[in-house]
Design a protein around this ligand. Structure first.
Ligand code: NDP
Length: 280
C-alpha cells in the first residue's frame, strides 16, 4: 500500500490559525524582529514569508533590511538594541550572513529568551539538558510531523541523516528525549543503507537530491524529508519521493512538508518567547 502523505501545509495552517486566534484576544501582541543583511534572493524570500506569517498571526513586526556592507559591529549594535526593546520578544537573523561577518558571534549575541530560532549555544545546551526554552523550529517541525501520524516515537529506531547544529543534532536530541533509539549519520558514514533500512523513523536533512532511494527504506517507515534542493527551478527534497512512497508508511513531500511547518514553529516560538519574557 502506498504511503500516506503527511500534509505539512494543512497542519501548519491549523497551527497558524490557532496562534492567530490566541493573539486576537491579547492586549499586548507578540513582537518579532526580522533582520536581513545583503541581497541573497533566497534569504529575501524566506524573510518575506516570515514577515507575512507574523503579520497574518497578528504579531507586531519590525523588519531591518541592511546592506551587504554592514559591519559586524553595526550588526552587533542593532542586536543589542533589539535585545533591549520590550515590544520585541523574538529576534530572527536570516542566515547565511555575508562572509565578513562572524555568524556565531552574531547569533550568540541574541538574548536566549529572544532566540526564536533556537540556534544559540544556550538554547542548544538547554535542549540537551531537557530544559527546553526555545528549540530550533525545524527540529520541532519534524517532531510535530512524526507525532501527527499517530506513530509512537518511544522504542522506535530513529535514524537522522545530517548533524548540523540547526537541524540534525537538535532533531536527534528531541527524538532521544522521546525515547527513540537514535542513530545519526553524516558524510563519513559508511554503508548508509545499512542504517536507513533499519529506521522506523527516517529523518533526512542533508541537501542532496535523491539521496534516499526505495531500496534504502524499511517497509512502513515514517520518512521526513527536510532537504531542500533547487533543480531546474523546482524545489525537491533529499528523498526519491515517487518511489519511496511505495514502501514507506508515511512520507512528507517537498515542497509542502517540513518547510511550512518550520515557519509555523517559528511563529509558535515567538508566542512562547513572549511568555518567557513575562517570567524574567
Ligand atoms: P548542512 O549543510 O549544515 O548539513 C548537512 C549534513 O548532511 C551534514 O551533517 C553532512 O555531514 C551531511 N551529509 C552530507 N552528505 C551526506 C551523505 N552523503 N550522507 C549522509 N549525510 C551527509 O545543512 P542543514 O542541516 O542546514 O540543512 C540540511 C538540508 O535541510 C538542506 O537541504 C537545507 O536546505 C534543508 N533545510 C530545510 C529546512 C526546512 O524548513 N525545510 C530548514 C533548514 C534546512 P558532515 O557533517 O559530515 O559534513
Amino acid at each position: 500500500m502506498p504511503a500516506k502523505i503527511i500534509d505539512g501545509n494543512k497542519i501548519a495552517k491549523s497551527i497558524l490559525e490557532n496562534i492567530k486566534n490566541k493573539v486576537k484576544n491579547m492586549k499586548e501582541k507578540p513582537g518579532l524582529a526580522l533582520v536581513l543583511v545583503g541581497n541573497n534572493p533566497a534569504s529575501e524570500v524566506y524573510v518575506n514569508f516570515k514577515e507575512k506569517d507574523s503579520k497574518e498571526a497578528g504579531f507586531y513586526c519590525e523588519r531591518y533590511n541592511l546592506s551587504e556592507e554592514t559591519s559586524e559591529i553595526d550588526l552587533l549594535k542593532l542586536i543589542g538594541d533589539l535585545n533591549q526593546k520590550e515590544s520585541l520578544h523574538g529576534i530572527l537573523v536570516q542566515l547565511p550572513l555575508p562572509s565578513h561577518i562572524d555568524e556565531k558571534l552574531i547569533i550568540n549575541s541574541i538574548l536566549p529568551h529572544k532566540d526564536v530560532d533556537g540556534f544559540t549555544p544556550l538554547s542548544l545546551g538547554n535542549l540537551i539538558c531537557e530544559n527546553m526554552i526555545l528549540a530550533p523550529a525545524t527540529a520541532r517541525a519534524v517532531i510535530y510531523l512524526v507525532e501527527s501520524t499517530g506513530v509512537r516515537i518511544e522504542g522506535k529506531n530513529a535514524v537522522v541523516l545530517g548533524r548540523s547544529n540547526i537541524v540534525g543534532k537538535p532533531t536527534a536530541m528531541m527524538l532521544l528525549e522521546r525515547n527513540a533509539t537514535v542513530t545519526i549519520c553524516h558524510s563519513k558514514t559508511k554503508y548508509l543503507a545499512g542504517y536507513t533500512k533499519k529506521a522506523d523513523i527516517l529523518v533526512v536533512a542533508v541537501g542532496k537530491q535523491n539521496l534516499i532511494r526505495k531500496d534504502m527504506v524499511k517497509e512502513g517507515a515514517v520518512v521526513i524529508d527536510v532537504g531542500i534542493n533547487r533543480v531546474n527551478g523546482k524545489l525537491v527534497g533529499d528523498v526519491d519521493f515517487e518511489n519511496v512512497k511505495e514502501v514507506a508508511g508515511y512520507i512528507t513531500p517537498v515542497p509542502g512538508g517540513v518547510g511550512p511547518m518550520t515557519r509555523a514553529m517559528l511563529m509558535d516560538n515567538t508566542l512562547k518567547a513572549m511568555g518567557l519574557s513575562k517570567k524574567i
